[in-house]
Design a protein around this ligand. Structure first.
Ligand code: ZN
Length: 199
């Protein structure tokens, strides 16, 4: 335990995803020794992102306006919806240039261990979106790991009564991994080879 503000900093850093107590301590001491200007740039990036970035009212992607770049683009195919876990997955898929439809960001994946159930994800918003009948195909692009598979299975079952074409990205993606770490070629192929899901 350190005194006051140093410990506060370590505690705050330790709350970040993927940062354990040891890393939190290392980052805190790095910041203590860093140039004032570097630290100020970091603070300003954090403040700016909270002030300016919001979530798209339609798809849940990050946006600097009410709608994200994809939802604002009239050339994007509104009949195909790609369902992903996080905004970073949108970035990964956009990089492949394989997909011309729109997205729906769930905000996570079903994980009983972490206490995340279907109601914690943007599934209700998805159902509302589908009610207009504009969407005819859903591509489920959740991560190829346990939580992602559980989420895909849940979605396939929930969406089945709507009679849409429901596909899942082809295998070939590194199992147990994270969509964002797949290279563009692999992810692009997974799109082309997506398979029909029957729940
Ligand atoms: Zn959007």
């Amino acid at each position: 335990m350190y005194e006051g503000v140093v410990q506060d900093l370590i505690d705050e850093l330790g709350r970040l995803p993927g940062v354990g107590p040891k890393s939190a301590q290392r980052i805190a001491f790095y910041l203590l020794q860093a140039d004032e200007a570097d630290v100020r740039r970091l603070v300003s990036a954090l403040t700016e992102v909270k002030a300016r970035v919001r979530f798209c009212q339609v798809c849940g992607n990050v946006a600097e306006e009410d709608l994200c770049r994809v939802c604002r683009d009239p050339r994007r195919d509104a009949s195909v919806l790609c369902v992903v876990e996080e905004p970073k997955d949108v970035v990964a898929i956009e990089r492949t240039r394989e997909f011309r439809g729109r997205y729906h960001v769930l905000g996570g994946a079903i994980s009983p261990i972490e206490g995340v159930g279907p109601d914690d994800l943007r599934i209700r918003e998805l159902m509302t979106r589908l009610a207009s009948g504009e969407v005819t195909e859903i591509i489920i692009a959740t991560d190829p790991n346990l939580e992602g598979e559980a989420t895909a299975t849940y979605l396939a079952r929930t969406l089945k009564p709507l009679g849409l074409r429901i596909t899942r990205l082809a295998s070939g993606l590194p199992v147990g991994g994270d969509l964002e770490y797949a290279d563009e070629v692999t992810l692009g192929r997974a799109f082309e080879g997506r398979r029909l899901l029957d729940a």
